[in-house]
Design a protein around this ligand. Structure first.
Ligand code: ZN
Ligand code: ZN
Ligand code: ZN
Length: 241
């Protein structure tokens, strides 16, 4: 947290240094990015992301999209337009905030070359099936994503304070579930840690993860509190399904 010197912000345990929430999924054939936060460039450099075949955006809040410009490095390296998916509202916002994207007057390397696509149902990226998961995030309905491929199912819902029944039904037989659990204190647009743990218990994925954690939680203390049922991840954590 900017301007904070609490025990978490000054910790020497790297697991207490938290960049913004995002996810990189590698299947047999495809490399998918979920959200491009302000520190997207730092994330991909630090954790060796060398290819991006598609980008999925959960919602247009600043902490999830303001690293988007650096997608241009991937369209340049791969010499192709990269598909970018989100809800129609998210894509509308992206076109507005990144109005220079794809402007032909700029050189190919100067701007991201992408294909913005508003999504209201499942889409396939090669053999991988992506399904939007509408959830409540305060007054807004935004997306998480169900990701199915290589015979595995996982879901990513980083910002959420309510899961409608129709979405909940899609969270069956998951190999992994990653869910918003912001902090101990109630928040108008995020699940608390307790609420997140309760939801994860109901969802019953093979592996459960909490995300979007603030500096209010020290890593090892939170892990001890949640026990073995929920993993408290850290930046760069890799999980094989
Ligand atoms: Zn702090
Ligand atoms: Zn948000
Ligand atoms: Zn967020």
């Amino acid at each position: 947290m900017i301007g904070c010197s609490c025990e978490v912000c000054t910790s020497t345990d790297l697991r207490n240094y938290r960049r913004r929430s995002s996810l990189y999924v590698v299947t047999e054939h495809r490399h998918l990015i979920f959200d491009t936060p302000p520190d997207f460039r730092d994330q991909v450099l630090r954790f060796g992301v060398e290819r991006v075949d598609a980008v999925f955006l959960t919602h247009p809040h600043a902490d999830h999209i303001y690293g988007f410009d650096d997608v241009r490095r991937f369209s340049t390296m791969q010499e192709e337009h990269i598909p970018v998916y989100g809800s129609p509202r998210t894509i509308k916002q992206m076109r507005k905030k990144y109005d220079y994207v794809d402007r032909v007057s700029y050189g190919f390397e100067s701007v991201p070359r992408v294909l913005f696509t508003g999504l209201t149902q499942s889409v396939y990226v090669d053999e991988c099936k992506l399904t939007p998961l509408p959830v409540s995030h305060g007054a807004d309905t935004i997306y998480g994503f169900l990701i199915e491929g290589d015979g595995k199912r996982m879901a990513y819902i980083p910002d959420c304070n309510g899961i409608p029944e129709t979405t909940f039904q899609l969270l069956e037989n998951l190999d992994a579930m990653i869910l918003d659990g912001l902090r101990p204190k109630p928040h108008p647009t995020h699940f608390t840690i307790q609420e997140c743990a309760e939801q994860l218990k109901l969802i019953k994925a093979k592996q459960s993860f909490i995300t979007h954690i603030t500096h209010n939680s020290e890593h090892s203390e939170l892990q001890a509190q949640l026990g073995t049922a929920v993993t408290v991840p850290w930046d760069g954590l890799e999980v094989a399904l």
